[in-house]
Design a protein around this ligand. Sequence first.
Ligand SMILES: [Cu+2]
Length: 529
Amino acid sequence: MRRRDVLELLATTGLAAALPTRVWGVSRSSTGPRAPLPIPEILESDENGLAHLKFQTGNMPFLEGFSTHTLGINGPYLAPTIKATRGQKITFRVENGLEEPVTLHWHGLEIPGHVDGGPHQIIEPGGIWTPTLHIDQPAATCWYHPHFYPSTADLVVKGLAGLFVIEDDEIGKLSLPSDWGIDDIPLVIQDRRFTPDGEIDYELLDIVNVATGYAGDKVLVNGALYPEVKPPAGWVRFRMLNGSNARSYNIAMSDERPFYVIGSDGGLLSEPVKVTSIPLRAAERYEVLVSTHDRKPFEVVTTPVQQMGMTTPPFDKIVPLLTVTPSAQEATGKMPDQLANLPSADPTLATVTRRLVLAMDDRLDGQAMALMMERKMSQPMADANGQSGNDAMPLSQDEAMKAPKLGPLLTREELKTINSINGRSFDMQHIEFEAIQGRLEHWIISQGTDRMVHPVHLHGCQFRILSLDGEPPPAYAQGWKDVVTVSGGRTSEILVQFNHKADANSPFMAHCHILEHEDTGMMTQFIVS
Ligand SMILES: [Cu+2]
């Protein structure tokens, strides 16, 4: 199947790019008692500057009547929220209690390559890794997760991820809501799919997964399905992380109330930005303030996004993620007019230009499309109550006529290296380029002939977006970022400076944060001298 045929098929089958339908007024999917939103515990270093993290296996009651095998750090699922202050040095004692190798990457932290936790800093089963991090960057909501090649996707989907919150003196003066779990509320948003016996349904080397990334049909927030939170009335701060392997969300409030973006991946914006919805791509974080002054309950929802493979039900409509029911208490946090001083992002100051081209094998999306249609055809019809199944609706006769015939499928061996950057599938031995510490660089990031969404993440830095899919970045994306998306065959540009060194034994990574793309080769590495 040729790529042009794929694009035509996409336009006619509704398997991609459903236009957002404005179907506000979410019907609550549950009327019984609701799970309270779990709040991850805070972990700070002890008096000796030490903090302990242990990878472990666990069980979670995600679905009624089932116990799901999971992975976690210091607990059965997800990980504690690490809190550190600018200027602090923390030594982590990271113990691998699993029977497989891992690494632990501090996503968004500006630290040298040898403590970055990329694919080269392997912690063997039973092993211990003790990196010392010198925290020296503005206040931000970062995160941490394994980065072992090629099993990052499998490790993260089973539960290995946590937030890493950095504080500094400036943010301390702003009187933002900061009562953890009360009016300062983390939201780790992750889609999952379960097998009939309640296990997390995951297989990396499946053609559809490798092409579109993993698509769950349920959303967990901090490890709970559609939970409820009861904050005080006033300004409530949500620290949102898209911790999904691949899925993009478009976050909004069910009653269309506006909210204010105060921070992006790497820290505060210069001033709050009023929005009624915000896209949240894999690995992105946004901090927002929502007013609950009116004490009316509402839902945090996701509306349909344009991303291949991510518009099958229930995501063809608005999906509620979390119910917000304000309590009788009064909140005390404020929304300041001014937040942070950001330097201007002037591309004429850059002395180096680099190009990054993220590519997928030409056969991959065609075969994935054909398989998706085949699976769609084998879906059971909607049941007597009119409830459709977990997946797509059956194909219409017209769609079935157009369904492509499958040729010889890509083998598992071929899938392992099917994706690439700059013409090369990830190679632990290959260094793509050398950057010079402290020099300003202009990066032009594009994709090959595919039209997928690629949220690109760079290690060792925070950058500024100059253009996002060919357009000037919206105000909420003009602050510090470590993820920039390219999609639809367009180009994005960033201004970046690497302030920390990384040698060939522990290079920095540049990769797509759709973890299935990353684990099948859409990653490259560079050094900073
Ligand atoms: Cu990608």
